[in-house]
Write a protein that binds this ligand. Structure first.
Ligand code: N01
Length: 867
């Protein structure tokens, strides 16, 4: 094949794309001494800013932030003219950067890369261009952007229109003059919302076809924010550092104001400030919980809807423009200049496609279910095959002839959004599984490029030349990405973040929502731990430290971080009374837990005096008796009471549909072993004898407990078996103390840093039982006879020192012929599963607990059959 002289046979690295990320990648690879060739199908640099030339196209991150920061000299040489730069100005900037660093000589323009194939023998990629050229490289880097492949119009008759058709994402370079024309715009995402006001200025008639109304706030464009410029002037490095370690790549003070608890005045004040500021960073953080809690989100959403109603004069049109089918922020919010005002113009009309869907595009217009429209031009602002579109379109084939498209058929799979197993030396910049589109792209791009360049440099210094993630590391990251999304409202929307805008695309949350800061830390930790989760090879050597970089549930990690900032004294250094007071103070700040049908307090006659109990009756239980669950709170036999586990009991009541009787037992050190266990057994006997009065079904009684409460629940089952009754249908043991042996691996792994520490557990044991008693099965149920015990459900949390004894108890019960359900609380600590309303990721585990409790009891139908 004849090659142009500008395309060499072989280089160290090929970069696809010459936008923000490709340009900087090229610069950094050269800097570390690699030979590089870049390709772009566009006629010039610019990437997204080369293609998206529609009227009104602007950045929606303020210019002091949307800029390269790798070279302070470059920052001095360029001044942005506005708060939000126009597309031509950003394109000029990228041209300026390309020229300033002499990057063009290594870029082949108007040249698409059509395929890339890994040669396992040569350890190189063969890259083929649309002109038929082949180039071999060791590293293949796709800097192809997240929103670069336009979605093909999935509308009947799309090719039929005889007049001009425009795509916002492929706008003619010479511009379009709509003067005097009847124009249709289909789509009201960011591109539609930016272009509609400007098209309306020219068109004689503008008809906007809206399927889903979008949240948008005014950009208040003007000069770049003076406070930001001043901060940059005074401390550029500090400012950039804050951006890199911020949540979305723009320096900002995180708020701890919760929408649900803030006063109306505070809510209004914070919202109005964000509305006036006109920046995404403000409107997405009016409340700390707005993307987590539907009630908080509704407050922001309703305030935006009220603004829309106040701007748009026709009430019907205003209502059609009010988004109601998704939570605010779960689809990308927009910034606009006069968007809603545009609908007050007499020649602008909004068509609600939910009421009258498009039937077909016709030769001279658009036909909906109700009307036929004639147009001179149609504009599609219908979006992109986001995040994966460009990557799978490029025919990348890795080891064993597996293509990326095949590997990702059920959704993308990456390690850190950077690489994917089976595709050695193939890097993606801002790929799926990275923060990218949820952040200031400029900051995220620099971070990715710096990491890749740093990695390649480290490899060279170590004599290594191939790198690839392990399956374990990759699946761990994919899980973490989904875990982060699952605690937010994001997966509820039909957004392009979910792949929902492209028919047939797998529905998974594509970007990483753990924050620019959290992501940067993860990448740094991977590199700092000897490139954890990557297999690297070089002549005669291989290096691989396999593992998962983030195993903890994200909200559990947040709670631990928050607790660390409170600088609390370790419990085991306190007296029992002080520890109780500290626990009560913490409990007072929690959310209350769900509503249940009825809550009543009473007392049980215990072996040595009355024991208080609290009874939770599920809603609707007036219709008939329910199974009973006798519950024992946690707290190491020393701490805790009816209040401490109140939210959990409510939650269990609601989920299981059973009457929960939470019993307070005597505590150590005032009363030591075996008092707590004997109280538990007495409570079970009493509940069984009084089932009817408690609203229970005689003979349908289970026990449940958490931690030390699970310990005495398990012991009560053994005592009941030995005493020949009462009959217990099941035992729910949440993170139980099952044994007194503190040498199991989970004590080594999790003995420090996860609230329940080895030192605290020792303190509990010392308060509760003499060393000689700790082998007694009434203290360590694992050491007892396990034959003939009730079916069990045991919850074992990954980051719990007690994890292994819980698992050991499950195995031992199984060996003794007891039916056991072992529920692994993945990514949880000893306490997090019980943090109702605080740790969102605990809810699915508690749902399993509720289901297991229901399973302990025969179903209503089978009960009826038996009777
Ligand atoms: O695309 P979109 P976009 N029939 O997917 C509608 C970034 N960006 O190009 O929501 C009828 O958001 C679709 O309706 P629905 C930014 O991240 C940034 O506007 O699927 N309608 C929706 O209204 C942004 O989020 C900037 O029901 C159809 C619209 O088309 C992302 O790019 C500027 C349809 C598509 O909206 C994408 O924005 C521009 C059909 N068959 C873009 N198919 C800035 O920096 C789709 N739609 C400011």
């Amino acid at each position: 094949m004849n090659k142009p002289a500008s395309v060499p046979e072989q280089v160290d690295a090929v970069v696809v794309g010459a936008g923000f990320s490709g340009l900087y990648m090229l610069y950094r690879l050269r800097q570390i001494g690699l030979s590089v060739k870049a390709f772009d199908s566009a006629g010039d640099v610019g990437g997204t800013w080369y293609w998206n030339r529609y009227p009104g196209a602007r950045c929606d991150i303020a210019t002091p932030d949307y800029t390269y920061s790798f070279d302070p000299e470059l920052e001095k040489e360029w001044t942005w003219s506005e708060k939000y730069a126009t597309q031509p100005e950003i394109l000029d900037y990228l041209r300026f950067v390309a020229d300033r660093y002499g990057l063009r000589s290594d870029i082949e323009f108007s040249t698409a890369v059509t395929s890339a194939r890994w040669d396992e023998h040569e350890k190189r990629w063969t890259v083929t261009t649309g002109h038929g050229e082949e180039i071999r490289c060791r590293y293949y880097i796709m800097a192809t952007g997240c929103l670069s492949v336009p979605k093909s119009p999935d509308i009947e008759g799309a090719g039929r229109f005889a007049g001009p058709v425009y795509f916002t994402s492929r706008w003619p370079h010479e511009g379009v003059d709509f003067t005097g024309q009847r124009v249709a715009v289909i789509g009201t995402g960011s591109s539609g919302i930016q272009s509609i006001p400007l098209i309306a200025r020219q068109a004689s008639q503008l008809t906007v076809f809206q399927r889903t109304p979008n949240f948008s706030i005014p950009a208040h464009n003007g000069p770049a924010p003076a406070d930001r410029l001043q901060q940059l002037d005074e401390d550029r490095d500090g400012y950039r550092h804050d951006a890199r370690w911020s949540r979305i790549g723009v320096p900002s003070e995180p708020t701890d104001v919760l929408g649900v608890t803030a006063s109306e005045a505070v809510r209004r004040e914070r919202f109005e400030a964000a509305w006036q500021q006109g920046e995404l960073v403000g409107i997405v953080s009016v409340f700390a919980d707005q993307l987590l809690n539907p009630a908080s989100n509704d407050i922001v959403a309703e305030m935006i809807r009220a603004k829309i109603r106040s701007i748009v004069k026709d009430p019907g049109t205003a209502e059609t423009l009010c988004p109601k089918d998704h939570y605010f922020g779960t689809k990308r919010p927009c910034l606009d200049t006069g968007y809603f005002d545009t609908y007050n113009l007499p020649h602008v009309r909004l068509v609600d496609l939910r009421k009258q869907p498009i039937v077909s595009i016709t030769e001279d217009g658009i036909e909906t279910a109700d009307e036929s429209f004639g147009f001179d031009a149609i504009v599609y602002a219908t979006g992109f095959d986001a995040m994966t579109g460009a990557l799978v379109a490029a025919d990348v084939t890795g080891r064993d002839s597996l293509s990326l498209k095949e590997k990702w058929a059920a959704g993308p799979s990456t390690y850190l959004g950077l690489m994917t197993a089976g595709f050695p030396n193939f890097f993606m910049l801002t790929g799926p599984g990275s923060p990218s589109v949820l952040s200031n792209m400029a900051v995220s791009i620099e971070q990715h490029v710096d990491w890749v360049a740093g990695c390649l440099k480290d490899m060279r210094e170590e004599g290594l030349d191939t790198i690839e993630p392990t399956e374990l590391a990759e699946s761990g990251w994919n899980q973490h990405v989904q875990d982060c999304a699952a605690i937010t409202l994001m997966p509820t929307a039909n957004s392009w973040y979910m792949g929902a805008n492209v028919p047939g695309k797998p529905r998974v949350f594509l970007p990483y929502i753990g924050g620019v800061d959290g992501y940067r830390q993860a990448c740094d930790d991977v590199a700092g731990q000897g490139y954890l989760g990557f297999r690297m090879t070089g002549p005669g050597r291989e290096q691989c430290r396999d593992g998962v970089i983030r195993r903890m549930q994200p909200d559990v990690a947040m709670v631990l971080e928050l607790i660390a900032t409170m600088d609390l004294p370790p419990m085991e250094t306190l007296s029992a009374d002080d520890a109780r007071a500290l626990m009560a103070a913490t409990a007072a700040t929690r959310p209350p837990g769900p509503e249940v049908g009825e809550v009543t307090d009473g007392v049980i006659p215990g072996p040595a005096g009355d024991l208080p109990y609290r009874l939770y009756r599920p809603a609707g239980s007036s219709e008939g008796p329910r199974p009973l669950v006798v519950y024992f709170h946690g707290g190491g036999w020393v701490l805790g009471n009816l209040d401490s586990d109140d939210p959990l009991c409510r939650d269990l009541c609601e989920r299981s549909g059973a009457v929960i009787v939470s019993v307070n037992y005597r505590h150590a050190p005032e009363v030591r072993f075996p008092a707590a266990a004997l109280d538990a057994f007495a409570a079970v006997q009493w509940a069984d004898a009084n089932a009817i009065e408690l609203g229970g079904i005689p003979g349908q009684l289970s026990v449940a407990g958490w931690s030390a409460g699970a310990n005495i629940a398990a012991v009560a089952c053994q005592l009941a078996r030995d005493a020949g009754g009462p009959h217990i249908s099941g035992q729910m043991l949440i993170c139980p103390v099952a044994d007194s042996d503190m040498t199991r691996p989970s004590y080594q792994e999790n003995g420090d840093g996860y609230i329940l520490t080895t030192a605290l557990m020792r303190w509990f044991w010392d308060h509760y039982a003499d060393p000689a008693d700790r082998r007694d099965p009434r203290a360590a149920p694992l050491r007892g006879d396990l034959q003939g015990l009730p079916p069990a459900c045991i919850v074992a949390a990954d980051f719990d020192p007690l994890r292994d004894e819980g698992v050991a108890y499950a195995r031992a019960l199984e060996d003794a012929g007891v039916p056991v359900r072992l529920t692994r609380a993945r990514g949880h600590t000893h306490t997090s599963v019980t943090m109702v309303g605080v740790v969102i990721s605990g809810a699915p585990v508690r749902a399993e607990i509720g289901e297991a409790l229901r399973d302990f009891f025969p179903s209503v139908e089978s009960r009826e059959r038996v009777s």
